[in-house]
Ligand binder design. Structure first.
Ligand code: TYD
Length: 212
């Protein structure tokens, strides 16, 4: 495959979506074709699966069902959108991919990392990203960004969320240690331009290496 597949991960308020936009602009200006996507990626089947996952009435959904559905949605997005773009030689920037499931379903929902990895390996058949950038923003900083709307105080619910976010954050740090070659930790608490530059540096190594 000729293109480069890069995924972005982070906790809430990590700013990955804005960072991805900046990185996209950078590579487009350099003359590359860039696909910016996120699950379900506008793929009809994946959208329908996502509706089932997110439907507030589906309170009885079992965590493993949720993990399977995320994996199913991911596969269809991969097959219909990501792989064809890679075959055309494009740079694919994907906002969340398999690592979100490993952390959210595997660690935070308590299914277990190995089980969720197994399901996802079945779904993606080793199409792991070439590079994954974990935008490292500490949960308390990310939450502050999210909740720093004037007049809003951090309440009990937000504090509960803070525990959840800490779990997710620690999960990502674990993953960085487990896959040091694929997942790079990018310090993310500075200005967006600085964070984007750090990402570009990592991606440029990979992209230039892949191009003749
Ligand atoms: P999303 O709407 O993409 O929000 P964000 O801006 O945080 O990326 O994601 C919705 C939520 O779904 C988010 O809290 C992460 C979670 N999620 C999982 O639990 N498992 C997954 O595999 C993915 C892709 C997302």
């Amino acid at each position: 495959m000729k293109g480069c597949f890069i995924s972005f991960e982070g906790t809430e308020g990590s700013g990955k979506t804005s960072v991805i936009r900046k990185i996209g602009e950078y590579f487009i200006n350099k003359g590359y074709t860039v696909l910016i996507t996120r699950e379900p990626g506008g793929i009809r089947i994946s959208e329908k699966i996502r509706d089932i996952i997110l439907n507030r009435e589906h309170t009885e959904m079992d965590p493993r069902t949720e993990a399977l559905l995320f994996a199913a949605s991911r596969r269809q997005h991969l097959i219909e959108k990501i792989i064809p773009a890679l075959e055309r030689g494009e740079i694919v920037l994907c906002d969340r991919f398999v690592d979100s499931s490993l952390v959210y379903q595997g660690l935070a929902r308590g299914i277990g990392y190995e089980a969720v990895l197994g399901v996802n390996q079945f779904a993606i058949e080793n199409h792991f990203p070439d590079l994954t950038l974990f935008i490292d923003v500490r949960p308390e900083v990310g939450l502050k960004r999210v909740f720093q709307t004037p007049g809003r105080e951090i309440n009990r619910l937000d504090l509960e969320q803070q525990d959840f976010h800490k779990l997710i954050y620690d999960g990502y740090l674990k993953l960085c240690n487990s896959f040091p070659d694929r997942i790079k930790r990018i310090p993310g608490e500075d200005e967006i331009d600085i964070v984007a530059k750090r990402c570009v540096k990592e991606i440029a190594n990979l992209v230039l290496g892949a191009r003749p």
